[in-house]
Design a protein around this ligand. Sequence first.
Ligand SMILES: C[S@@+](CC[C@H](N)C(=O)[O-])C[C@H]1O[C@@H](n2cnc3c(N)ncnc32)[C@H](O)[C@@H]1O
Ligand SMILES: [Zn+2]
Length: 463
Amino acid sequence: MEQTTLDAEPKAHVKKDTASTKAKEEEFIKSCRPLKDMLDSVRDIEGCPIGKDEDILAQSDAPWYTACPNPYINEFINVFGKPYEEDTDDYERKPFVSDLSEGKNDPIYNAHSYHTKVPHKAIMKFIEHYTDEGDIVFDGFCGTAMTGVAAQLLNRKAVLSDLSPAATFIAFNYNTLVDVHEFEQETKIILAEVEKECGWMYETLHTDGKTKGRINYTVWSDVFICPYCNQEYVFWEAAVDEEEGKVNEEYTCPNCNANLTKRSCSRSANEYFDSAINQNVIRVKQVPVLINYNVGKKRYRKKIDENDLNLIKKIEESAIPYWFPTNRMPDGDESRRNDKYGITHVHHFYTKRNLWALSFLANRIQKFQPSAALNFMLTGILPRASLMHKWKKGQTTGITTGTLYVPSLIYEFNIRKMWEERPRYVKELLKMRSSLKYCDSIISTQSSASNYYPKQLNRLHLH
Ligand SMILES: C[S@@+](CC[C@H](N)C(=O)[O-])C[C@H]1O[C@@H](n2cnc3c(N)ncnc32)[C@H](O)[C@@H]1O
Ligand SMILES: [Zn+2]
């Protein structure tokens, strides 16, 4: 087989906004009937999300992105595609043969996590090899649609589809034009509001006993029961060597000095009434142990004190005044792996403080239209805002990917601070998106295992 010579970096093509592209875009939009009139035609397609019509319509940005099977794919291909003529078609490519390695340390790649993401630069090499400019690329298992990003940077179009509504929501936010200036203004307005609403939840008293500090993060620890003395002990106090930043596998009981490992102990648990689901919940015990905070520009750490515990108690005893999802975790070994710890519903994945701040953010975001880019910023911070964010001294390693594992030592980050810092993470993506053409991709939420796909897809070169 002949080896393909590769450029070190695939080159993004400069796009020209020609009048004909604009005219085609208008022709396409004109041909699309409103989504609300089309819903009945897609409802029975495999993978159509279970949801209220109003929610599907609110989430969608038809015709480009629908939170249901996209009824406009046929027309998109009719308008933008090149008809396949069997008699005259002379498409031929040598197989793409090369080692391919692309790092994941890319600001666009990292703008939003997803469990199975592929760097767009790796995909660009395949697209460049197998297709020509102006072609349409199809990815029926698109995930966050890095295929779409790759296609658009190379002046191709893309039909993108995934079974997961979360995936297509992220895909939409990776592949469509955005008004960066407006977005930045809105994030600042929301930042001021979240400070006003939630600032008090992240305050702590400096060790001088009088100055207010602003919490960066609080470390929480599991609480276990020693099998020898039957006393509770805080895992942090028994097992962590803070100076070294090490968690010892073997340690001694702070009460009776017996040799212990985590596995030899049971977990301490509490029963409480969860008003969000109107149920009593037996939940393993986790307690705050350490605070990292700022006074002015200077960082400090301290052990949790009485005031901090009182603040947490006050939050625990208050009702969150904003809507947040309370769904039962879906059936499945992984999705219900934390049932045994009393983490059975989605809101259990957050401390009450962070849940409050996140639900406030979600509430504020809905007041802006369109709100997709702001929502994308919010969903982008959720993993690290959750109980899955593992403490590791000196590094914020984030969550363990591919699992819903809740570690014994957790970072509870200040949500206001996360919101403030997040625009930095999405900056490169926003820069790229602001140079996109809106009509370059169309996104559908459905199964690709179903036999429903527009007949026009058969006319594309599928590889
Ligand atoms: C390996 S991931 C693709 C990730 C993608 N390359 C990216 O850049 O994010 C596979 C995707 O297939 C989706 N999937 C699984 N079964 C599907 C089906 N029957 N129809 C469509 N998508 C499906 C999953 O939701 C998942 O997002
Ligand atoms: Zn003991």
